[in-house]
Structures are given as C-alpha cells and as structure tokens.
Design a protein around this ligand. Structure first.
Ligand code: GRF
Length: 202
C-alpha cells in the first residue's frame, strides 16, 4: 500500500507513522507532501529517507491552483491512500472528488463533536470532561465523513490546549496506524457514503 501523508505542521503524528513504517512488516510505503515549506515533518521524512516534497500553499494564487498542483504530484506517485495528518488547509473539492474515498484525516476530537481547525480548544472552551481522537474519511464537508476509528481522551482539570492536545496525539497516532494496517490488510474497505464503511465481508 502506498500512502501519501499531507502535513502542514510539526509532523509529530507523521513521525510516529514513519516509526511504524520503518518496521519491515508494516504493510505500507510512505511518501510525504508538505503544504508549507517550513513543515518540520519534512525533516522527519528526510531522516527516514522517505520521499518528500513540498507544494507550498503560499506559492499559489488560489486553493484550486494549489490543489491542482497537489493532484499532479499525487498522480506521479499514485498512492493507494492519502492521509491528512496535521494538514491545516482545506483541500479543494476537486481534489477531494478526485481521490475520494481514499483520503482519510485524523482529528483531535471525538467527532462529530468539535470539528474544524480548533477541536482541542473548542472542547476545553465547552468545559468538556472528555474529548477524543478520530480517524475519518474526508468528504466534501469539514471533518464530517464516515468515522473509521475513534477513542475517548480524558480532559484533566487545569488542562491547557497544549497539554490536552499532547494527550490526544498519541491516541490519534495509534488509531491512524491501526486504520492503515486494516486498510492495507483489506479488512477495512473505504467508501465515501456515510456509515457505509464496513469490514470486508469475507
Ligand atoms: C494533530 O492533532 C492533527 O489531528 C491536527 O493537528 C495536529 C497535528 O499535529 N490536525 P502534528 O503536526 O502531527 O504534530
């Protein structure tokens, strides 16, 4: 299984994925695409000798133009699966339509609660006593696609956005790696229709 991971940020979830993929038994080959030149995750990719390249968001005059270049790059690599891990940019609908349902995303909340770019902050602001991590299929909404995996994470009194997010990320990583294993093993078949994602009927 060839997996293209799109990142914007520090790429700590990517690093965990690269660690897992370094195991010869891991059923996926990773490539990394950065949406920002300064995405630290690109350094992790280099350290692991993983192909990586940047399609910098700020070099394009529109989301569509950025998406078109991203699509062209993805077509070179023909990934079986596109993983958004810390990508803080919304993909243009054209790209989602082109690659759906083989695009999944990790989100640091227990969807459908707290979707969007500030899921951790929103959970704290809502006074939630527990939140979570979710892996979903990307559809034409924001964090609204079929849920592939999710797990609750406790909110501790005195949690800051950072402390809570750092407690969520390890869960996200574990769920993401497990979902990739299940997709690679054919036991999880992706479908863009909500609720239609099911273990493959043997
Ligand atoms: C992760 O929680 C991801 O779900 C969210 O942003 C965070 C990225 O963390 N979109 P990192 O860049 O992998 O450290």
């Amino acid at each position: 299984l060839t997996v293209a991971v799109l990142i914007s940020g520090t790429g700590s979830n990517l690093r965990a994925l690269l660690d897992a993929a370094a195991d010869p038994g891991f059923p996926a080959r990773i490539i990394v695409i950065g949406a920002d030149r300064e995405a630290d995750g690109l350094f992790h990719a280099e350290a692991f000798g993983i192909p990586s390249f940047v399609v910098p968001w700020d070099a394009f005059e529109s989301r569509e133009a950025w998406g078109a270049e991203l699509d062209a790059q993805l077509k070179v690599w023909q990934p079986d699966l596109v993983v958004l891990s810390g990508l803080m940019r919304l993909l243009p609908q054209t790209l989602v339509a082109e690659w759906a349902p083989n695009i999944i995303n990790t989100h640091p909340a227990y969807l459908p609660a707290f979707p969007g770019a500030h899921g951790v902050r929103d959970a704290l602001a809502a006074g939630a006593t527990q939140t979570g991590a979710s892996v979903i299929v990307v559809d034409d909404g924001v964090d609204s696609g079929p849920i592939l995996a999710q797990e609750h994470v406790a909110v501790h009194p005195g949690d800051t956005e950072t402390s809570l997010h750092e407690r969520i990320k390890p869960v996200e990583r574990r769920l993401l790696i497990d979902v990739i294993r299940r997709i690679a093993g054919g036991e999880l078949v992706l479908s863009a229709r909500a609720g239609s994602t099911r273990p493959d009927s043997h």
